[in-house]
Design a protein around this ligand. Structure first.
Ligand code: SF4
Ligand code: F3S
Length: 107
C-alpha cells in the first residue's frame, strides 16, 4: 500500500507534505510532487498536511483519479528526491481547487 498525490497538487506544489515524511519518499517535478510507492510506509502523516487536499491512500483515491496511482510510480522513478519544504508555486492559491489540471502537468 502507498499514499498517492493527485490532481490538485498540480500548479500548487505547497510542499508541506515533504516536511513530515519520515522516509523522504517524495519526488519533485516542475509543478507536481509524487510519492514513491515502494518507499512509502503508509504512515498517513502527509495526508492532513496538504493544504490542497491532494494526498490520498491508494485505496481511497477519488473516482476518476485512479490514473494517478500509476503516474506517481512512473514519475517517482524519474524525478529527483525532495526532502525540504520550499515556497509554493507563485499562483498556487489561484489554481488550488481547479479541476482537471493533469493537462498542465510539466515533466
Ligand atoms: Fe511519507 Fe507517510 Fe506520506 Fe507515505 S504516508 S508519503 S511515508 S508521510
Ligand atoms: Fe502537493 Fe500538497 Fe504536497 S499541494 S506538494 S501534495 S502539500
Amino acid at each position: 500500500m502507498t499514499f498517492v498525490v493527485t490532481d490538485n497538487c498540480i500548479k500548487c506544489k505547497y510542499t508541506d507534505c515533504v516536511e513530515v515524511c519520515p522516509v523522504d519518499c517524495f519526488y519533485e517535478g516542475p509543478n507536481f510532487l509524487v510519492i514513491h510507492p515502494d518507499e512509502c510506509i503508509d504512515c498517513a502523516l502527509c495526508e492532513p498536511e496538504c493544504p490542497a487536499n491532494a494526498i490520498f491512500s491508494e485505496d481511497e483515491v477519488p473516482a476518476g483519479m485512479e490514473n494517478f496511482i500509476a503516474l506517481n510510480a512512473e514519475l517517482a522513478d524519474i524525478w529527483p528526491n525532495i526532502t525540504e519544504k520550499k515556497d509554493a508555486l507563485p499562483d498556487a492559491e489561484e489554481w488550488d481547487g481547479k479541476p482537471g489540471k493533469l493537462a498542465d502537468l510539466e515533466r
